[in-house]
Design a protein around this ligand. Sequence first.
Ligand SMILES: *Cc1c(COP(=O)(O)O)cnc(C)c1O
Length: 360
Amino acid sequence: MARVYNFSAGPAVLPVEVLQEAADEMLDYRGTGMSVMEMSHRSKAFETIIEDAEATLRELMNIPDNYKVLFLQGGASQQFSAIPMNLMKNGVADYIVTGQWSKKAQQEAARYGTANIIASSADQTFSYIPDCSDLPVSDNADYVYICHNNTIYGTVFHELPNTKGKILVADMSSDILSQPVNVEDYGVIYFGVQKNVGPAGVVVAIIREDLIRDDVMEATPTMLKWKTQADAKSLYNTPPAYGIYICGKVFHWIKDQGGLEAMKAHNEKKAAILYDFLDSSEMFKGTVVKKDRSLMNVPFVTGDADLDAKFVKEAKEAGFENLKGHRTVGGMRASIYNAMPIEGVEKLVAFMKAFEEANK
Ligand SMILES: *Cc1c(COP(=O)(O)O)cnc(C)c1O
């Protein structure tokens, strides 16, 4: 068996212990004589799986009782529509656009109401987070929206925007469970799991109870109405059962690592190895304003497209996969999620040093 160091932005690396456990349970899940893929979502065994996944996530994130946890389908992108449909009462929302994902969310919301852009970092190719301490939040805004960690550009909100009392909605697809979060700062937190938690096909939404309503926008599909899913405990129809099962295992893995404080320490240590090197290198440069750097996604360039391509090719040959930057940005990007071991980043940096030496 040869595992590579996988720096993919998503779907991304998962803990090897989790994959091994899933492999061991593949043919006979705990005496049921079948795999989790083959069992009824109404069975006792699956009920235990989904309840345990929710309970473990609640424990890890310290989610208050007045928040619901929903396991949904459609990826993060489907919530781009579900959010305005469920939350727009006045038909107005304010978006902070810090990258492609928040831009897509804003564009989708504009189909259902007024989706103002109250701040943006588009002027500098999304390489920073705008000052959000005193924004022109609309008096009648139903919510303020952010993408907490910008997967493509490698920026993160180290400080939350001042929403002037409005509900904050956050896409945390690429940094969920990488550090502690104060859930009460948000009305809604949601994340597609394929970046930092599990296999594609599951999106988790953590929603304050009073925001789960019956009087949603008229045309909201039954499936996209959060109340449908909350009332049915995420079992309105067949859920992405196998994905939820793997997510539950990853939640336990994080708990075994020491929880979110431990994850944060691990991620800070890991990211520092790469950022310190980028700051000292003559060849490689980070593309993001230092104070807004993400712990999860690290874009960098040499400044020469041919050299970038040579680096990506040679890195792949050396067992470092998926380092090519997003197609809209170019250069390189190392995604170093929870499950990327420190050793992976140390070896990558050693490789970069050798490459720099050889290509001076
Ligand atoms: C990947 C990603 C998305 C899109 O996720 P899908 O599940 O493919 O819809 C949205 N937001 C962020 C921050 C992402 O990283």
